[in-house]
Structure formats: structure tokens, C-alpha cells
Design a protein around this ligand. Structure first.
Ligand SMILES: CC(C)(COP(=O)(O)OP(=O)(O)OC[C@H]1O[C@@H](n2cnc3c(N)ncnc32)[C@H](O)[C@@H]1OP(=O)(O)O)[C@@H](O)C(=O)NCCC(=O)NCCS
Length: 161
């Protein structure tokens, strides 16, 4: 399957400078940056990099954010995590990562992207809505801490799946 173009997007404002954000599939050399949330064991992050399920965003050679995704039932794309360096938030990095992922999945023939957020985390929910996701249900009992998980769905092609 052909890989998407290495450059995803967009001309957002990073700090006070207008720079291009580059998004690409992460390589093993990016491990420290894309594992920094500490949520996954190292071996799992390495496996996901190998499986081409991790994205990294740069501007001027500086890593600014990353995203991890996977496939529910091995066939439904699910955005597991988007994380942007705090000083660079609200500069379009999250949007660039999502845009790249949408193009990548469309090229692979997928019709929709799913995502989720803990119900108490209002900022990620606002970002999902701003990015064109629509609420798609709530799930109790998934989080060990008892919090509700809110799911979102975004069509990729106009088809519904
Ligand atoms: C959520 C997160 C990924 C957003 O990335 P970002 O690069 O800061 O967001 P962007 O600049 O791409 O935002 C795109 C749009 O969403 C808006 N937006 C971003 N964060 C928002 C928020 N908390 N509330 C409302 N709108 C928000 C932006 O203003 C922008 O709006 P525009 O269309 O008018 O330009 C980032 O804040 C982050 O890393 N948060 C911590 C980790 C996290 O919670 N991840 C999400 C759950 S997995």
C-alpha cells in the first residue's frame, strides 16, 4: 500500500512565527518523544512504531506533537492519543496530525475515524468537536477509575460505516 506524502499541512502560527508543520509516520529514532506520556510499556510503543500506528509532527526540525492510533476489531480506525507540546498548543499541531491521519486512512480505504475522551476532560472534547467529530455514545466500566468514556466519530469520505 503506498504511503501518504510526508508533508501533511498547513501554515499555522507557531509562537510568533509562521512555519510549516510536517507530519510523518514515526520511526524508532522518535521513540523517546512519542513515548513520553508513559501510558504504554516501551515494547508496545516500539511495536506500534513498527506497525505504522504512530505519527509525529515537526516544525523547523523541532518535534511538536504526536498521535497514536489503532484499529478496533482490526478494521475500525481509532485515534488513541494526540499530544502536543504545551507551549505549542492552539497553534495547529493537533489539527495537522489529525489531517495527516485522515488522509492516510482515506488512502487505505477507511470511511470513518473513531476517538474518545474521558467525560471529565472538557478541553479534549472541545477539540474533537472543533475538528468535526460528533458524539457517538458513552461507555461506562471501561476506565479503571470509574469515569465515563465519551466516544466520537468523524466520517472520512462521506460514506457511513
Ligand atoms: C487537545 C490537543 C491535542 C489539541 O491540539 P492543539 O494543537 O492545541 O490544537 P489545534 O491548534 O490543532 O486546534 C485546532 C482548533 O481547535 C481549537 N481548540 C484547541 N484546543 C481547544 C480547546 N481546549 N477548547 C476549544 N477549542 C480548542 C483551536 O482553537 C483551533 O480552532 P480553530 O479551528 O478556530 O483554529 C492539545 O491541546 C493537547 O495535546 N492536549 C493534551 C493532551 C490531550 O488532551 N489530548 C487529547 C485527547 S487524546
Amino acid at each position: 500500500m503506498p504511503l501518504p506524502s510526508l508533508v501533511a499541512s498547513m501554515p499555522p502560527l507557531i509562537g510568533k512565527f509562521l512555519v510549516a508543520i510536517t507530519v510523518r509516520l514515526a520511526a524508532i529514532a522518535d521513540f523517546d518523544f512519542v513515548a513520553q506520556d508513559g501510558y504504554l510499556p516501551s515494547a508496545v510503543v516500539r511495536r506500534k512504531i513498527d506497525a505504522q500506528e504512530v505519527l509525529i509532527a515537526h516544525a523547523n526540525q523541532e518535534p511538536l506533537g504526536y498521535a497514536r492510533f489503532e484499529y478496533i476489531w482490526s478494521r475500525v480506525p481509532y485515534l488513541t492519543l494526540v499530544w502536543v507540546v504545551p507551549d505549542h498548543r492552539r497553534g495547529g499541531v493537533g489539527r495537522a496530525l489529525l489531517s495527516f491521519l485522515e488522509s492516510y486512512l482515506q488512502r487505505l480505504g477507511y470511511a470513518a475515524l473513531w476517538s474518545s475522551s474521558t467525560a471529565t476532560e472538557t478541553e479534549p472534547q472541545e477539540w474533537h468537536l472543533r475538528m468535526g467529530f460528533t458524539p457517538a455514545g458513552r461507555l461506562e466500566g471501561l476506565n479503571a477509575n470509574g469515569l465515563t468514556e465519551v466516544f466520537f466519530r468523524k466520517p472520512l469520505t462521506g460514506r457511513h460505516q
